[in-house]
Write a protein that binds this ligand. Sequence first.
Ligand code: GTP
Ligand code: MG
Length: 260
Amino acid sequence: MRRRKENRWVFELIRTSDVILEVVDGRFPHLTRVSSIEKHISTLGCSLIIVLNKCDLVPRNICENNKQILNKEFPTVYISAQNRLGTKKLRQQISRLSPKRETVISLVGIPNTGKSSLLNILRGKHVAPTGQKPGVTRHKQIVRISNRILIYDSPGVVPFDIPDINLQAFLGAYEIGKLPDPIDTVNFFLDRIRLHYFKGFIEKYDIPSREESNQEILDHIAKRRGLILKGGKLNYIEAAKVIMREFVAGKVPYWEKVTN
Ligand SMILES: Nc1nc2c(ncn2[C@@H]2O[C@H](COP(=O)(O)OP(=O)(O)OP(=O)(O)O)[C@@H](O)[C@H]2O)c(=O)[nH]1
Ligand SMILES: [Mg+2]
């Protein structure tokens, strides 16, 4: 119920904007796009730019590849709000799409993609709280970043097409501490990264071989991190949470290539 209401609220916000910055996670842009917003953008009377954020975590050639492909649908730029990279190109793109004097921009996207971080660097000052947990921004706020541009920051939207909690957690949109079954989530996570890019994980956690089973990987990490329950058994649930938290925080090299 709550989600339905939030989505309606985002559409109202979009109607009052000239340009939408759809902030997605540059590690997996295709999974963090909000298709319901993109689908209706032409009828809502504004322009949309896809902003691939967190590109400090992704090799340059992958960012370029993903940008070229997404550009066929919407103007796309890649940035790192953390490292303050790419904002010049973003500003140029905004001016191109909205050359008029006063421009209202809205930052939208799923939780945790870096909307508030982007607002802070565009403003050049910490005006919006940011954090590793999803749902840090709870209310929209409008900030003037120049005499021509006003920006709305908004809470993250979890689209209806990401119904699975494990996928939400993988994308950083579900709080790891609230997962009902962290082992199930980590199994989902390990199965997915095996298919896309596993090397970064293997190297980060010093896993002896790619052939280790998910259970052996949990064993290895629980032992290495000293995650032991009273009585001496390994704490697999905590190991699963550690893996997921570190992944969401960008501590595990990982990305997925967007295909045509
Ligand atoms: N590595 C990396 N991390 C980033 C970048 N931008 C933001 N982050 C981190 O991502 C996390 C989420 O950032 P926020 O700016 O709070 O994200 P948000 O989209 O506003 O999140 P909600 O308000 O929950 O929807 C924080 O831990 C940021 O430090 C980036 O460019 N690179
Ligand atoms: Mg925020």
